[in-house]
Write a protein that binds this ligand. Structure first.
Ligand code: DHB
Length: 299
């Protein structure tokens, strides 16, 4: 009943682990696949090893988290070891970040070689100079990166979009026009927190990305907006912690969803809980499949 398709990729369960949590090692990714996630999106990986920002990189608020890790990762060569462990056990989606179409193409080619089921282009990190949303808020730049990656790999190419824009529909259209296979919406919202006692920003980077319940309604609106202009699949992400949140995204137009912060607040059981309760809701309300529910809020 919970099976879904993102274009040609079929998932037994509609919920995936969002990039950036429980997805740095092969074994943590396997653990998440066994906990009821239909796929795991890796930590965003770049060309070279990157230590990330100095601490503090993370702060918890009443309504979510703000983080600016600084895209820490071992680099694409070393990450091959983790992919080798995890990719044979289920759907691993390779999240990648780069500074140019060439870097994205190289990274996507490596992820394909490592057995990734799809790649997710991180064109939406809210605070990295020369990366993320600095590239991903210009439809022309998105188009050039998506077409370059599409011509280098056979696996599906997804693009994760930023909500830090007034033109998310144009960004989604740029993905579709460049041949992209899916849009992932949304990445974190650019935010900051200040410590009154220290009279300073809490994070070493000053700004970071807000995630968790605070951004759910922004994400649902983004998916609803995007659904009005594109035909390619949409994956919903942002503040999902229970079946009601997931159902909102699906009814706005998503065929699958991702969970990030709620793995921190609810534990890895969050996937099993959402699966069981979403299935019960579907039975009670007469939806025989996820596809029956996609975009129904538009009707
Ligand atoms: C980071 C990357 C992201 O894409 C995001 O949304 C938040 C933080 C990071 O690594 O700093």
């Amino acid at each position: 009943m919970l099976v879904t398709s993102i274009g040609k990729l079929r998932l037994e369960k509609p919920g995936m682990v969002a990039s950036g949590i429980m997805d740095e090692t092969g074994h943590s990714m396997i653990r998440m696949l066994r906990s009821g996630a239909g796929a795991v999106v890796t930590k965003s990986i770049g060309i070279k090893p990157n230590p990330g920002h100095p601490n503090p990189t993370f702060t918890e608020l009443k309504c979510g988290y703000i983080n600016a890790m600084g895209l820490p990762n071992p680099g694409i060569e070393l990450f091959g070891k983790e992919m080798e462990i995890a990719a044979k056990c289920g759907n691993i989606i390779g999240s990648i970040y780069g500074a140019s179409p060439e870097e994205f193409s190289t990274l996507a080619g490596k992820m394909e070689e490592y057995g990734a089921a799809a790649v997710e282009l991180n064109l939406s990190c809210p605070h990295a100079t020369g990366y993320g949303m600095e590239l991903g808020t210009d439809p022309a730049v998105i188009g050039s990166i998506v077409s370059a990656v599409k011509s280098s790999v056979k696996i599906p190419v997804w693009t994760k979009l930023t909500p830090n824009t007034h033109m998310i529909k144009d960004l989604a259209l740029a993905v579709q026009n460049a041949g992209g296979d899916a849009v992932v919406a949304i990445n974190t919202v650019k935010a900051m927190a200040i410590s009154p006692q220290f009279a300073k920003p809490i994070l070493s980077n000053k700004f970071g990305g807000l995630s968790g319940p605070a951004i759910r309604s922004i994400g649902v609106r983004a998916v609803f907006d995007i659904k009005m202009v594109v035909d390619i699949p949409i994956i919903g992400v942002g503040g999902i912690s229970d079946w009601k949140d997931a159902a909102q995204y699906i009814m706005a137009g998503a065929c699958a969803f991702q969970v990030g912060s709620a793995i921190g607040t609810r534990g890895i059981e969050v996937f099993d809980t959402i699966n069981t309760e979403l299935e019960k809701f579907m039975k009670d309300y007469g939806y025989s499949s996820i596809s029956d529910m996609i975009g129904v809020a538009h009707e």
